[in-house]
Ligand binder design. Structure first.
Ligand code: GTP
Ligand code: MG
Length: 345
């Protein structure tokens, strides 16, 4: 155990903030002072794909690391049009009124969503965008989910260092981006519509299992339908294996547009946090997330090195061809390709 601590400290020291350039030192100070321009600049640096920026980004994050971890990280997901942005605007304004600083980030790896729709989001969160206590950052440029998720995780850390108390991650409820959002947040909130219908709006079981709270939004349209949907979801949740021994995900109703039910959502999430912290589950979820993040970063690094390896690049096309034609097995082709990197790694 002692050896492990020594090794961990050595690893920490090898990325000492002492080696920051004066300009980056200033950037660190700006972030710590909560200056939004400095925060935006720091995020741009960690999002950079230029190889010369990687070392700078790592040092910056390392210098800020002791100042991270204190926020409440909340994921908000739901089908397109469920009202996520409208909800986040109302929720965010509620928190600002309580004296909190709120950051809003997005995970959206789809290339369809251009800069235009991100601007659209900002206008949907118009009041929040203008608030001194809020910071809204659009999703990093479209790319592989893994890369986008990694940048979002790091952006969470930067926002925490800048003093944001609540960090909201918006993600569109299609595909794997929800799993990514849940893997970096303390609470995962699923927004649903009142017209749940019999098939529960096709919510996949896996997504339901991620939810720590379900909110039926747009309850103003049809209150009775919203109540029916809430009951249906509650009984559906009942049949799921409990994911958390300390918490049963509740179903609440709200109208983001009318600002109704928003305070209940916050009260519920605050109670959730209290229970998670006192049971130790809060800390252990974060530890599990950090370890999973490490493995993901290793896998991505290995894949990149594999693909970029000259010997692999030379052999890959013929290996793919052979596998496609069925003249060799994937297992054999994979072993041969992996042998190439063993030799030259
Ligand atoms: N009646 C009613 N309309 C709402 C409510 N919340 C959102 N809307 C409307 O629903 C539409 C979609 O809302 P958004 O907030 O953009 O939904 P979103 O989930 O962020 O959508 P995407 O980002 O495109 O996935 C807008 O026209 C909103 O005005 C609500 O509580 N009640
Ligand atoms: Mg939106």
């Amino acid at each position: 155990m002692a050896d492990r601590t020594v090794a961990a400290n050595e690893m920490a020291a090898s990325n000492s903030p002492d080696s920051l350039s004066p300009a980056d030192r200033q950037l660190v100070d700006g972030v710590l002072a909560g200056r939004r321009r400095a925060l935006a600049k720091a995020i741009t640096l960690i999002e950079s794909v230029r190889s010369e920026d990687q070392g700078r980004a790592e040092k910056l994050l390392d210098a800020l690391l002791p100042h991270t971890g204190k926020s409440f990280r909340i994921g908000i997901s739901g089908a397109p049009g469920a009202g996520k942005s409208t909800f986040i605007e109302a929720f965010g304004m509620h928190l600002v009124a309580l004296g909190k600083k709120v950051a809003v980030l997005a995970i959206d790896p789809s290339s369809q969503r251009s800069k235009g729709s991100i601007l659209g989001d900002k206008t949907r969160m118009e009041r929040l965008a203008q608030s001194e206590s809020a910071f809204i950052r659009p999703s990093p440029a479209a790319g592989a989910l893994g890369g986008v998720a990694a940048r979002t995780r790091e952006t969470i850390l930067l926002c925490e260092a800048a003093g944001y108390d609540v960090i909201v991650i918006e993600t569109v409820g299609v595909g794997q981006s929800e799993t990514a959002a849940a893997s970096m947040t303390d609470a995962f909130v699923l927004l649903q519509l009142p017209n749940a219908g019999d098939e529960l709006q096709g919510i996949k079981r896996g997504i339901m299992e991620l939810a720590d709270l379900i909110v039926i939004n747009k309850a103003d349209i049809d209150k009775a339908a919203a109540q029916r949907a809430a009951q249906q979801l509650e009984s559906a949740l009942h049949f799921l294996a409990p994911q958390n021994p300390h918490w049963r995900p509740p179903v609440l109703m709200a109208s983001a547009q009318q600002g109704e039910g928003i305070d209940e959502v916050w009260r519920c999430l605050s109670e959730y946090r209290r229970l998670m912290e006192s049971s130790g589950e809060w800390q252990s979820r974060r530890r599990r997330q950090a370890v999973a993040w490490l493995w993901q970063a290793i896998e991505e690094g290995l894949m990149r090195r594999f693909r970029e390896h000259p010997a692999v690049a030379a052999e890959l096309p013929s290996a793919l061809e052979a596998v496609e034609q069925g003249v060799t097995t994937p297992r054999y082709a994979a072993r041969r390709l992996l042998m190439l990197i063993n030799r030259y790694f």
